[in-house]
Design a protein around this ligand. Sequence first.
Ligand code: SAH
Ligand code: SF4
Length: 365
Amino acid sequence: MINLLDFTQAQLADYFVEMGEKPFRAKQLMRWIHHYGVRDLEQMTDIAKSLRSRLAEQVCIQPPAIQLEQVSDDGTRKWLIEAGAGNAVETVFIPEQDRGTLCVSSQVGCALACTFCSTGRQGFNRNLSVAEIIAQLWLANESLRQAPDYELLSADDRIISNVVMMGMGEPLANYDNVVSAMQIMLDDSAYGLSRRRVTLSTSGLVPAMDKLKHDCPVALAVSLHAPNDALRDEIVPINQKYPLAELMAACQRYLDFAPRDFITFEYVMLHEVNDSVQHALQLLELVRDVPCKFNLIPFNPFPNSGYQTSSPDNIRRFREVLLQQGYVVTTRKTRGDDIDAACGQLAGQVQDKTKRSLRLALVAE
Ligand code: SAH
Ligand code: SF4
């Protein structure tokens, strides 16, 4: 059986042409599946019964199972989504006044082994398929539409207005599947999100950034976390392969195509590791030629991490240095604390298929 959740509209159109059908059927089907959240072909009433029966023999609409759903006191929701063989990934919904943001995972684990990240510590198992990535939106929509807060809304009212590829995994290390899934997010017949409302966060895979700007230029966030190569080599090991000068140049190139005229630099605040005024000054120097905003993320502790969150004073001082130069700086609020839904706590369950040494070798490849 073919899982239709794996298909972009263009691929579905090819499929219909192969069946001897009109390609515009793809648009209809995308609308039923993604806009109306229908999984039963029988409900697709504007598609002829004979075609529905033919389709039923070949295709299904099959999202993965939800293992667990948790709702935080602040309205944040977290779903643990089955990924087979004892694995699971997490998806988080963060409601705010003017938007609803879904944080989507791209891999089971991550091979890039950033030292402060619990996903990175767990190792890497496999890439998620297109269906498994887009199903996170599909399932979240289905679940939110049944929630008391939203049950009066129609299918045309958008609950999820923004997507951030900031869950488990490095999205650019699962390039093809992530790009196809983002194309479905942007498709007017599916989720219809604008390119500025979809943000991809990367630890800095330079060649893939250069490709993305042509294939699917969405808003870009770059996980910087250190203002010099010596420190970044240590805490974001992929820096050994794509050092800061190359990364900054790639950011500049990306902006020629980006839907926003800035890069968001993410910076996790680690107590007495990267949070001094000196570090902030070095950071200013580093990003001098890249139009950008900063997102400071207080470190979310996890067992045996070996790190502590920066003190409020250090965060304030660090922030002041950037603000004084006229930069926009947001400090991420911790949301969903009571259900461990904060970034870097997206634990899921990962059966590691790589040894740590092998993982680092992969990075250095
Ligand atoms: N792999 C991608 C996207 C997923 S992580 C990336 O690294 O950008 C999303 C963000 O959360 C990244 O900026 C990441 O560095 C940050 N993060 C990871 N672990 C964290 C932790 N324990 N506390 C705070 N932020 C963390
Ligand atoms: Fe992977 Fe991102 Fe975690 Fe680094 S911070 S280990 S790239 S998920």
